[in-house]
Design a protein around this ligand. Structure first.
Ligand code: GAP
Length: 512
């Protein structure tokens, strides 16, 4: 049986050392999580798979790692200072704060209709759209919410609501010892901007021709109003993003190619069930300021339903255009030319010399942007399985793709009080560990059945058991199994006898 609630995943993660609440012994820090011994392995494996697919296996990609602390002008000209906002509202009675569109989402249809009617707009079940409409006249919205008896989901009673307002989600931090209005920087809210502002550096140092891309993985920070649903919405998140630079006019076709490629990646490499994935096309009127078209890859998370795993946007020439000096003399698309802020601080023109046509152009950008934490969460949800075994026993097993499994092999001695068996098991652990770069563990802390269950629960694909036969001490002097071990498969629980000198090759072949 698959997980039917996120609580099962949260509980496994805490119990087995995948993920812990951040700053837990001081009461926690909302919206932060710490990755434990197994969590860090899983997360690194996911990131490695992504990097391999998107950087190493292509001939048109470069990797980069840019600073988290970001000059305010980067985020001014990107549009984040003005536009990276969420709608916010407070209930004076319960003192609870809500994201306004989420509050509307949690109302009954009758209340939602009443709010629209009182405000004087068309009734709609589109909570995001209604929230945007109401924000145009916050004073009138306050009156409408009161008249419609808009309910506080925490106590089920009509709230005493403030006016809705917007709230910028970027974290500011002081830089240097003097605190004044000018000496601040932002913690980046997306990894993307580091790639745009380095466009020229990468282009000049690699001599790339269009189309080519830059990939980056790393932390981003968003002061979410209501972080929730475990790793799904956090304030310190990790992203895996690509900015893929193309000739204007080729953007729409290449956008489609990335959507298909990444949909397949989540299925084939991460192991997500295609049936639990779908594509969500953003409505034109809800597109971000930079986007011509955005398609989200959505995963059906337990408890949450379908929600965003990755967004793939056609960002046009917005970012390179916005971060360039002398914009008036650049061949920008009409939207960017009209709406981007006049740049008075940049020292560069982020252009590309189109040799065949002998002119400078501003490339368009296709951006596949995925969340590492949401990827980890989806992989865990997909893999989680409770099974009833013959004889009435139960087991919880994480059927992770072997490439994602935190531990690849557990080497277990059949008897921990037999020094020769223990020594052999430790020797095999060391041998497997030596050049493979994979995590192999030795464990003798319980009886073999219990050890198998423990490894099942954390998704270890192979358990190797060393027994008397391995040492040539089989029953009735049988030495036919000397220098062999049993290898137990996590999913089928079948055991095979394998020669020790063939063990590494056996495991490697099955880890792909
Ligand atoms: N550069 C574009 C960009 O950042 P986004 O849709 O805001 O786009 C990309 O973010 C991905 O980052 C999302 O699809 C999601 O997986 C992840 N993400 C965004 N906000 C998040 C949060 N608060 N907690 C966890 N993951 C988040």
């Amino acid at each position: 049986m698959a997980a039917d609630s996120l609580d099962q995943i949260v509980s496994l993660c805490k119990r087995r050392g995948f993920i812990f609440p951040g700053s837990e012994i001081y009461g926690g820090l909302q919206g932060t999580f710490d990755y434990g011994p197994l969590g860090v392995e899983l997360k690194n494996n996911l990131k490695r798979l992504w990097w391999k697919h998107n950087v190493y296996e292509r001939d048109d990609m470069e990797g980069i790692e840019t600073a988290l602390l970001t000059n305010k002008y980067v985020l001014r000209y990107s549009g984040h200072e003005a536009g990276f906002v969420d709608p916010l509202i407070d209930n004076r009675t319960t003192k609870k704060r809500f994201r306004f569109d989420h509050l509307l989402r949690d109302q009954s249809l009758d209340i939602l209709d009443a709010i629209a009617r009182e405000f004087g707009t068309e009734p709609t079940s589109d909570h995001e759209g209604l929230s945007m409409t109401l924000l145009k006249d916050p004073a009138k919205a306050e009156v409408a919410l009161k008249a419609a008896k808009c309910v506080d989901p925490t106590d089920g009673k009509p709230g005493d609501w403030t006016q809705p307002r917007t709230f910028n989600m970027m974290f500011k931090t002081q830089v240097g010892p003097v605190a004044d209005d000018e000496s601040f920087a932002y913690l980046r809210p997306e990894t993307a901007q580091g790639m745009f502002v380095n466009f020229k550096n990468v282009l000049d140092s690699t001599n790339r021709k269009l189309p080519f891309g830059i990939a980056q993985q790393g932390k981003s920070f968003r002061n979410e109003i209501t972080p929730r649903n475990f790793l799904f919405r956090v304030r310190e998140l990790e992203q895996m993003e690509i900015e893929y630079f193309v000739m204007p006019g080729e953007d729409e076709r290449i956008h489609e190619e990335w959507i298909e490629d990444h949909m397949n990646w989540w299925v084939e490499e991460v192991g997500l069930d295609r049936e639990k994935l779908n594509l969500h096309e953003h409505a034109k009127e809800k597109l971000s300021h930079y986007s011509k078209r955005t398609v989200d890859i959505m995963y059906n998370f337990p408890s949450l339903g379908f929600d965003e795993l990755e967004g793939i946007a056609n960002r046009t020439d917005w970012d390179l255009g916005s971060h360039s000096r002398d914009q008036a003399n650049l061949p920008l698309s009409p939207n960017t030319a009209e709406k981007a802020m006049k740049n008075e601080h940049s020292t560069e023109k982020l252009t590309y010399f189109d040799q065949p046509n002998n002119k400078h152009i501003v490339p368009f950008v296709v951006e596949p942007a995925a969340g590492v934490d949401r990827g980890v969460l989806a992989a865990l949800c997909e893999a989680y399985c409770e099974e009833e075994l013959e004889g009435g026993d139960k087991r919880t097993v994480l059927k992770l793709k072997p490439a994602l499994s935190p531990i690849k092999v557990a080497v277990l001695p059949l008897a921990k009080n037999k020094p020769d068996i223990v020594a052999k098991a430790k020797e095999i652990k060391k041998m497997l560990q030596a050049d493979s770069g994979m995590r192999v563990v030795y464990d003798d802390s319980a009886a073999i059945g219990k050890l198998y269950r423990r490894q099942d629960e954390v998704g270890t694909p192979f358990c190797v058991t060393v027994d008397f036969d391995t040492l040539g001490l089989g029953k009735d002097g049988d030495t036919s199994l000397t220098d062999t071990v049993t290898v137990r498969d996590r999913d089928t629980m079948q055991q095979e006898r394998i020669r020790i000198d063939e063990l590494e090759a056996y495991v490697r072949k099955r880890l792909r």
